[in-house]
Ligand binder design. Structure first.
Ligand SMILES: Cc1cc2nc3c(=O)[nH]c(=O)nc-3n(C[C@H](O)[C@H](O)[C@H](O)COP(=O)(O)OP(=O)(O)OC[C@H]3O[C@@H](n4cnc5c(N)ncnc54)[C@H](O)[C@@H]3O)c2cc1C
Length: 285
């Protein structure tokens, strides 16, 4: 399966197998199958933070996206399946007069991806609202983790280390005024359209925020707005984003990020860390 069709950056090689379970039982079956063939396994959602190597992925990708979506609401929160679109989930919460996730509107990933990376924006983080997460380990053991056990940090969670598949998340929210929340969502969406290069394929922020500063500011100060490698470039609109100008390769993005890290190290003495996940083979840094 060509992964340029499955990622927001619209680039990258092929996955040997792409499995899209629609239920927990199918997910278990898919994992059994991957294990029985001894294939390397990767899990993805909507591919909005992902670059797959041009050489592709020699194993299986389990995709928990649209086929694994849906949320059940209570009076004060919900349990959402991993494939639920985050923006759709936020819209539902706001429509029910529930506050706490509205600033995450416009993040184009899934609930599973939001748990994995502890997605955040404008002062809100997904992990702050999590009560518990249901996950499946690669050996097929089901787990239910509390917020503390998820160890949410800045763009990180326990799932980065333990390799478990996030299957669903239960969140608790606060009562809020529907119209005020809707106005907040419109404001956030406008800020995104005004500041981010949404007209070109990208995968969000290329780098994490380094301690004591902003990656985008450092990249801009290093004179790298518009800097190009092949058909990938640092956006001229927002220096925190890399964009695909058309026909970019995964290697272009990798080399671009590597050169930006080198130059910001030179100009600011800070080593930027990639936020975008690079899957498969890439040259050594
Ligand atoms: C225009 C744009 C704006 C963005 N703005 C923001 C922002 O404001 N804040 C922010 O935090 N991010 C932002 N992002 C990045 C991205 O949308 C988020 O990181 C999102 O949470 C990724 O979710 P996904 O489903 O697309 O994950 P994918 O890209 O498919 O995967 C990303 C990582 O999550 C892991 N993963 C995904 N699903 C699961 C699962 N079910 N179980 C275990 N691991 C899983 C994958 O293994 C991979 O390591 C933006 C991206 C774009 C393109």
């Amino acid at each position: 399966m060509p992964m340029d069709r499955r990622t927001t950056f619209k680039l990258g090689g092929e996955a040997r197998f792409l499995l899209e379970p629609t239920s927990e039982v199918e997910l278990e079956t898919a994992l059994d199958w991957v294990r029985s063939r001894d294939l390397p396994l990767f899990v993805m959602g909507r591919g909005s933070n992902l670059v797959v190597s041009d050489a592709g992925w020699p194993g299986a990708i389990v995709c928990l996206g649209a086929s694994f979506a849906g949320a059940e609401w209570t009076g004060s929160g919900a349990t959402a399946r991993a494939g639920t679109r985050l923006t759709e989930f936020v819209t539902q919460s706001v429509g029910r007069g529930l506050a706490g996730l509205e600033k995450l509107a416009g993040i184009p990933g899934t609930v599973g991806g939001a748990v994995f990376i502890n997605a955040g924006a404008y002062g809100q983080e997904f992990g702050d609202r999590v009560e518990r997460v249901k996950s499946l380990s690669r050996d097929g053991t089901w787990r239910e983790r509390t917020r503390e056990e998820c160890r949410f940090g800045y763009r990180s969670s326990a799932f980065r280390d333990n390799g478990e598949i996030v299957v669903s998340a239960t969140v608790e929210l606060e009562p809020g005024d529907v119209e005020a929340l809707r106005a907040g969502v419109r404001e956030t969406q406008k800020a995104r359209v005004d500041k981010q290069p949404l007209d070109l394929p990208n995968a969000g922020s290329l780098f994490k925020r380094p301690p004591g500063g902003f990656a985008s500011k450092m990249v801009e100060e290093a004179g790298l707005k518009g800097f190009r490698v092949g058909n990938a470039a640092i956006s001229g609109k927002h220096a925190g984003f890399a964009v695909n100008l058309g026909g970019a390769t995964a290697t272009d993005v990798w080399e671009l990020s590597r050169e930006v890290v080198r130059r910001v190290q030179e100009s600011h003495g800070v080593t930027l860390e990639r936020e975008v996940v690079f899957l498969g083979e890439f040259p050594k840094d």
